[in-house]
Design a protein around this ligand. Structure first.
Ligand code: ADP
Length: 401
């Protein structure tokens, strides 16, 4: 089935056209500067890359232009819009409503509207992307795949915040977790590599990118994860603080006379690697600064290494054991030193990293075993593929509807 996977941001729309039978990407690209100009960057394997500046007033314009590009004789890869058989959308927040991917209909759209409040930055662009596809391809079925869905198996004691219960009842304030599609993909791949029944597996998955989260996946189901009510919680990230004492927020608001939006901005955009190092949010810049002897850059990286290790320990306790640790996403796949820091000192748990393999992962990066032959716990690098999960879920749901 030809599935168009769409990931809409506030002024951008990433897309990939998949042939799910052949497991092949037919085209991928990005519409950007939506609403403030418009540009499309489009790549088809075996053809020269294409880029053009075309006005995109809104997401509907962007969708129409991407469909025109996909069907263009010269730069496209299909001859007719009808060859797009389904659309799969990445949706950041599905609240408590969505525990798995769903076919879009009126009821689903209404529930998604209710989730807007939970992810005010992400949901409106997603809704615009959905609307854009409805306008450009009204006959094509659309499926929603949620970042929060895989985490919906967490037990109550893991997702309930110890604040007055009425806030959970009134506003849905609880831990939801994010990057679920990635945790689901890499944990399923890891389960295939373990020599035991899926129901007995205990895996810690570390998705480390600009945003990072770590999950405990027991028997294929999430029992805990580091991100929370929003993607601000958990480990240190590029510009996000991760978890801190909540009293720091009110203390700083008082001392610095900060508004709600200012403190939000500090915690989401000025903290993390950037805030601690004062240099950059990008792990490559942090590593380069460490080479030049920068102490605060080293501290930023040390925090991440320490926190990952701490969560591996905590989640082993939560699951009652550990079979495997998986590293994925930009930092997890590309930064050997972080993997080394995270595993160092965990020998007592049966974790033994093969430093030589870890330091010399061949490129292009593929699934690689990083643990020693004798390590009781397997350590793997597994490149994530969220788009593939979205395409396959979409094909499954549309074929069975
Ligand atoms: P996002 O969360 O935006 O999807 P990514 O998963 O691409 O982000 O991760 C971005 C992070 O990964 C950055 O900190 C970047 O430094 C790091 N990273 C990405 N690619 C590489 C690479 N080839 N080498 C080293 N670090 C990389």
């Amino acid at each position: 089935m030809n599935v168009l996977v769409v990931n809409a941001g506030s002024s951008s729309l990433k897309y990939q056209l998949f042939d799910t039978e052949k497991n092949e990407v037919k085209a991928k690209g990005l519409c950007e500067r939506i609403g403030i100009g418009g540009k499309i960057i489009h790549k088809v394997p075996g053809k020269e890359d294409y880029a053009a500046e075309i006005e995109m007033k809104n997401h509907a314009d962007a969708t129409r232009i991407l469909v025109e590009t996909l069907t263009d004789k010269k730069v496209g890869c299909i001859s007719d819009m009808k060859e797009i058989e389904a659309v799969g959308h990445r949706v950041v927040h599905g609240g408590s409503y969505f525990t798995k991917s769903v076919l879009l209909n009126k009821d689903v759209l209404e529930k998604l509207e209710l989730c807007k409040e939970l992810a005010p930055l992400h949901t409106p662009p997603t809704l615009m992307g959905i609307q854009g596809c409805l306008e450009a391809m009204p006959e094509v079925p659309q499926v929603l795949v949620f970042d929060t869905a895989f985490h919906q198996t967490m037990p109550k004691e893991a997702y309930t915040y110890p604040i007055p219960y009425e806030y959970y009842e009134k506003y849905g304030v609880r831990k939801y977790g994010f990057h679920g599609t990635s945790h689901r993909y890499v944990s399923a791949e890891m389960i295939k590599l373990l020599d035991k029944p899926a129901s007995e597996t205990k895996i810690v998955t570390c998705h480390l990118g600009n945003g990072s989260s770590i999950s405990a996946v027991k028997g294929g189901k999430v029992v805990d994860t580091t991100m929370g009510f929003t993607p601000l919680d958990g480990v240190i990230m590029g510009t996000r603080s991760g978890n801190i004492d909540p009293a720091v927020v009110t203390f700083l608001m008082e001392k610095e006379n900060l508004s709600v939006s200012q403190v939000n901005d500090i915690l989401n955009k000025k903290s993390g690697f950037l805030g601690v190092s004062g240099i950059s949010s990008d792990c490559r810049d942090i590593c380069a600064a460490i080479e030049n002897g920068d102490e605060r850059a080293k501290l930023a990286l040390d925090i991440l290494g320490y926190q990952i290790k701490k969560y591996i320990g905590a989640y082993s306790a939560a699951m009652g054991g550990l079979d495997a640790i998986v590293f994925t996403a930009g930092i997890g796949e590309n930064t050997p030193i972080i993997r080394e820091m995270a595993c160092e000192g965990l020998e007592y748990l049966g974790v033994e990293l093969d430093k030589n393999v870890n330091d010399n992962v061949p490129r292009p990066i593929e699934t690689t075993c990083l643990s020693t032959k004798d390590s009781k716990v397997k350590i793997y690098l597994i490149p994530t593929n969220e788009e593939l999960v979205i395409a396959n879920d979409t094909a499954d749901i549309v074929s069975n509807k």
